[in-house]
Design a protein. Structure first.
Length: 280
């Protein structure tokens, strides 16, 4: 069963593309028709592509890896922040920091700087600073939080990227391509799908469109996270069982020997008597 149906996509306006004059010919396979100078996206293909992307994202989440959600356009920012946070995934909704992926160690240093400033506030270091220094550090912390706070838990490169509007986020897509990180993207009729691994042909300007598609994908991510936890729990239980089996066997042997009582000691006199009787 599909994660979204044709009627839901139609109601959310997912089928509305851009003006014919702004189209990218590479999107031709995903365009159903033209109406009043606007391209109409083939929603049956969108349904199939959402299911394909959802399954891939579910498997990534199941393995415990992170997917980075990227959307800096105004109408998608808050939706992406809310839905990505609901499945505990990192996201970027402010300006994409250049080198976020290709220069990841530097980004991690900036994130650690936030932790250092927080520590200064709690260990009393702040008390020894002047009012001006405190203000500068507080402003720096606020700026870091705004740009990088949502990726504070991203300790290594993400397993994949999900992008709303691949044209606007072309720098993020380029960095991911360079590193071989798979890209999932909502691709409108004016965009080039050639650099996107999982193309979801859809209207990337309407909030309802973004919310519907992102909701379906993040539901799959949540399923993957739950299945991964269940599998790891079962694996731990089976390993514990394998380790305790020999222990149980040793306990059983020890109990039997206790029930049998202590072994009788044989004295030297008994040995000599036995030897004499054998010689006779």
């Amino acid at each position: 069963m599909s994660r979204v149906n044709f009627e839901q996509l139609l109601e959310a306006g997912v089928h509305f593309g851009h003006l014919k004059s702004k189209w990218n010919p590479a999107m031709a396979p995903y365009i159903f028709m033209e109406r009043n100078g606007i391209h109409i996206i083939d929603l049956y293909k969108t349904v199939a592509k959402i299911d394909e992307a959802a399954e891939a994202m579910k498997n990534l989440a199941k393995s415990g890896r992170k997917i980075l959600f990227v959307a800096t356009k105004k109408q998608a920012k808050q939706i992406v922040a809310d839905i990505a946070a609901s499945v505990n995934m990192p996201y970027v909704i402010e300006r994409w920091p250049g080198g976020m992926l290709t220069n990841f160690p530097t980004i991690r240093k900036a994130v650690k700087k936030m932790s250092t400033i927080d520590r200064m506030a709690t260990d009393g270091t702040f008390d020894n600073l002047s009012k001006r220094e405190k203000l500068q550090i507080t402003r720096q912390r606020a700026k870091l939080e705004k740009n990088l706070g949502s990726i504070a838990d991203l300790n290594r490169l993400p397993a994949a990227l999900f992008v709303v509007d691949v044209m606007k986020e072309h720098i993020a897509v380029r960095e991911a391509n360079r590193l071989g990180i798979p890209v999932f993207g909502m691709v409108d009729t004016n965009s080039d799908p050639s650099n996107i691994d999982f193309v979801i042909p859809a209207n990337d300007d309407a909030t309802k469109s973004v919310e519907l598609i992102l909701g379906a994908l993040c539901k799959a991510v949540q399923e993957g996270i739950q299945e991964g936890k269940a599998e790891r729990a079962n694996k731990d239980d089976s390993e514990d069982g394998a380790e305790t089996a020999p222990k149980r066997e040793r306990k059983t042997r020890a109990k039997k020997s206790e029930e049998a009582g202590p072994a009788e000691e044989v004295t030297e006199e008994e040995v000599q008597v036995t030897e004499t009787s054998e010689e006779e």
